[in-house]
Design a protein around this ligand. Structure first.
Ligand SMILES: *Cc1c(COP(=O)(O)O)cnc(C)c1O
Length: 815
């Protein structure tokens, strides 16, 4: 057996031997079955072994060096697959490929056996995953805290054009990437009541009694940095019942009922709520939020006390909590509770610690997405926390009254409690009041927060507010998903760009290099072939790689305006049918994305896309001009193929509604050109790549606001012959011949004078920008130049840049 030294100085066998050992000894297999399941597991264990040593070393380093530890609290982590990421970050690809030869398998086949860890809805959850990769790559002591949902994001099937949801039982075949850590189990309380008592020194104290407790058991996943010695941790909590039985029931002889009730506890981490933006006030969801916040805080505090005893003087200097949206905001009163009730602090001291450690990231401007919880629900489920929230609010409102004496309107606007029938807790207000940093996720978004939604708070505490434009990891979203482009870039500018985002700009020098452009286009065509293959398998639609690939994939939502894109598709269909093909560019239009199961109109959009696709694809006259497909079950792994094979990236949200977007960045990195509105990070993308390399259209955010009140979509439709014809096809039943009236809600939404998304308002401008795209695409060289510049200018959107800013402006700054 050949021995080679390993990083930690332990001598190991070759990777090939290790793989064989895991396959034959750990898993007890004799040979391959058809599925690659065991080979995948053996390989995952082999690669995992290499992570574990670095993982322990990283923990030891943090313990010794005592840097400020950051805890990233998020209800969602959309991790996708782990094997490919570990192989890339550990630089094991060549060895792994070699080792797989003995099984006559290639790496891609084996990787395909891994299920996505789909513990998130979309952008917010994927951002958390990109951030973890960047934190480890930048060697920052950041721990992710989340929930180990047994069912992640639902799988989407399309039946008769409609979305059908099926459960994602991602753990069914086991998960080689997690380590259960029962010795770190925490206890989380629910229900019961607050009891006031005097402690041994006669001080007034409070304790939470008669509660129903649930155990939080941690499962740790390693998060490897890119080619360094850092492996950070993602700690996911699973709910388990305590072994205490309800004594009354037990004594009444209902032993089996008492045991069965234990299910209640374990339900907390059963399923991810599949809502994209709007929250619906479900009790179970609040239980999840508190479960995560409490278990994670106890975990951090317990580690603190183990090392420092009950001296919390330096706690705030040594710890920070980043709240990913308001979802974990109950951490603010929970930290107060732990410090006061468990560790004996007075209010002032506890509040000083809390407001020096909490930092809040806002992710949306949509009012329906702002979380509120009913006071009644809180008082039943989390009685002790409600006491604390009331006290936080009372003290806060005193501060407001001192700043603006007599301004009762403002006090009401800013209060953490929303009055009215059924009082509610405004989680965003609680987060702002309890945090030393509040950030938006793109320049425009932060600006709109300061001017609009949080204007009162900005006036009170301008120093808390800051912007952190989102980013995506160039490891997964370029090096891994586009290996040929990675190789071409390496040949041209070296390979430092993978961890030094500024280096990608060296590619600008190649924008006019025709030899480079030729290779670049060849790679794009090969990636389009891979995408076309996927579309053919999953949608049974054949995409022709000589046509332009025009792609919109993201959650289905009115504000993202998949509808506007469909109207353009219908317009192109109408043009071809009328023989008006002058200057037209043949296109394959791809849609993908999940709709929240309760979001009826979004689900109707999916049906509309599928019906339009069917009419277009089976019309021989359209053959050479237009193909349309809806790709089912959009997820991280699908996006890895999609973004590499896209020519045109659709980022067409109503201006002022998309906080940032990150899909836009993945496309840009892979050389897609964007057609987009001045919304979210699109604005910064356009600034980076230059106006000439971005197709801009539509109202601005201010323009959208200004138009409210005298928006008249019916007049716009009447005065625009193209839009009139499109509406005529849509409303005449051309796409729903035997499905009477199913698209009526769609046309009604377009024609509504109160349509917040202003689809009709942007139609003309969008159609014209699309025509400019068509003409630009026909000049292959000019298009290649634009495309290369998009990749070259995408360095700014590396999440390494974003995380460096969090590090410098938030985590390393003391409040
Ligand atoms: C990047 C990503 C998103 C976010 O896309 P947006 O276009 O920014 O909304 C959502 N889902 C998945 C699977 C992603 O990879």
């Amino acid at each position: 057996m050949t021995k080679e030294p390993n990083t930690i100085g332990v001598n190991r066998g070759s990777l090939q031997d290790e793989l064989q050992n895991h396959f034959e000894l750990t898993l007890g297999r004799d040979g391959l079955d058809g599925s690659h399941h065991y080979l995948y597991n053996a390989l995952a264990l082999t690669v995992r072994d290499q992570l574990v040593a670095k993982w322990r070393q990283t923990r030891a380093r943090y313990k010794a060096e005592k840097p400020r530890r950051v805890n990233y609290l998020s209800l969602e982590f959309l991790m996708g697959r782990s094997l490919n990421n570990a192989v890339l970050n550990l630089d094991l690809e060549d060895k792994v490929r070699e080792a797989l030869k003995q099984y006559a398998c290639d790496l891609e086949e084996v990787e395909a056996a891994e299920m996505d860890a789909g513990l998130g809805n979309g952008g917010l959850g994927r951002l958390a995953a990109c951030f973890l990769d960047s934190c480890a790559s930048l060697e920052l002591p950041v721990t992710g805290y989340g929930i180990r949902y047994q069912y992640g994001m639902f799988h989407q099937k399309i039946k008769n054009g409609y979305q059908v949801e099926t459960p994602d039982h991602w753990l069914r075949n086991g998960n080689p990437w997690e380590f259960e850590s029962p010795e770190n189990t925490r206890r989380v309380q629910f229900f019961g009541r607050s009891e006031y008592y005097k402690d041994e020194k006669g001080r007034q104290k409070v304790r939470w009694v008669d509660s129903h407790d649930v155990l939080a058991v941690p499962y740790d996943m390693p998060v490897p940095g890119y080619r360094n010695d850092t492996v950070n941790t993602l700690r996911l909590w699973k709910a388990e019942a305590t072994d205490e039985f309800d004594l009354e029931e037990f004594n009444a002889g209902s032993y089996t009922d008492a045991v069965a009730e234990k299910n209640q506890a374990e339900q907390i981490t059963m399923v991810l709520y599949p809502n994209d933006v709007s929250e619906q006030g479900k009790v179970l969801r609040l239980r999840q939020q508190y479960f995560l916040a409490s278990a994670s805080l106890q975990d951090v505090i317990c580690r603190w006390v183990n090392r420092n005893g009950k001296d919390f003087t330096e706690f705030a200097e040594q710890n920070a909590f980043q709240l990913n949206d308001t979802h974990p905001t109950v951490a603010v009163p929970e930290l107060m509770r732990l410090l006061m009730d468990e560790y004996g602090f007075g209010w002032e001291q506890a509040w000083a610690i809390t407001t020096k450690t909490m930092a809040y990231t806002n992710h949306t401007l949509l009012p329906e997405a702002l979380e509120t919880w009913s006071v009644d629900l809180f008082s039943e489920l989390l009685p002790r926390l409600l006491d604390i929230i009331y006290e936080i609010n009372a003290r806060f409102l005193t501060e407001v009254a001192e700043r603006w004496p007599g301004d009762y309107d403002r006090q009401q606007r800013m209060s953490i409690i929303e009055e009215g029938h059924g009082r509610r807790i405004r989680m965003a207000h609680l987060a702002i009041v309890g945090s030393y940093s509040v950030n938006g996720v793109a320049a425009l978004h932060t600006d709109l927060l300061k001017r609009g939604l949080f204007a009162d708070f900005f006036q009170l505490w301008p120093e808390k507010f800051n912007n952190k434009t989102n980013g995506v990891t160039p490891r997964r979203w370029l090096a891994h998903c586009n290996p040929e482009l990675k190789d071409l870039i390496n040949e041209s500018i070296g390979d430092e760009w993978v961890h030094d985002h500024q280096q990608l700009s060296k590619l600008r020098a190649f924008a006019d290099d025709s030899a480079f452009a030729k290779k670049f286009l060849t790679i794009k065509t090969r990636n389009k072939k891979r995408l076309a293959q996927m579309v053919s398998e999953k949608c049974d639609v054949s995409f022709d790689t000589s046509m332009m690939f025009d792609v919109q994939v993201k959650r289905i939502h009115e504000y993202k305006r998949q509808l506007l894109n469909v109207l353009h598709v219908i317009h192109l269909y109408d043009r071809v049918r009328r023989g008006d093909t002058e200057g037209m560019q043949p296109r394959c239009v791809l849609f993908g994305g999940k709709a929240a199961p309760g979001y009826a109109l979004a689900k109707t959009f999916i049906k509309l896309i599928n019906n339009v696709a069917q009419v277009v694809n089976r019309d021989p006259q359209l053959q050479d001009w237009l193909k349309v497909a809806f790709l089912p079950d959009y997820c991280v792994t699908a996006m890895e193929t999609i973004c590499a094979g896209t020519d045109l990236s659709e980022q067409i949200s109503t201006a002022g509604k998309e906080a940032s977007g990150t899909g836009n960045m993945k496309f840009m990195m892979n050389g897609a050109v964007t057609i987009g509105t001045l919304d979210g990070a699109n604005i910064e993308i356009r600034e980076q790549v230059g106006d000439d390399n971005f197709f801009l259209f539509g109202l601005t955010a201010d323009g959208v606001e200004a138009m409210k009140g005298d928006y008249d979509p019916n007049r716009i439709i009447d005065e625009d012959p193209d839009l009139s014809r499109v509406m005529n096809l849509l409303e005449g039943g051309h796409f729903n011949l035997f499905e009477n009236g199913i698209f009526d809600p769609v046309s009604a939404s377009i024609r509504s004078a109160t349509d917040p998304w202003m689809t009709a308002a942007d139609f003309r401008s969008y159609i014209e920008a699309q025509q400019q795209v068509a003409e630009a695409y026909q000049n292959k060289q000019a298009w290649a130049r634009m495309s290369i510049l998009n990749t070259a200018c995408s360095g700014h959107f590396s999440s390494d840049r974003t995380i460096s800013e969090y590090r410098d402006d938030i985590w390393h700054k003391q409040a």
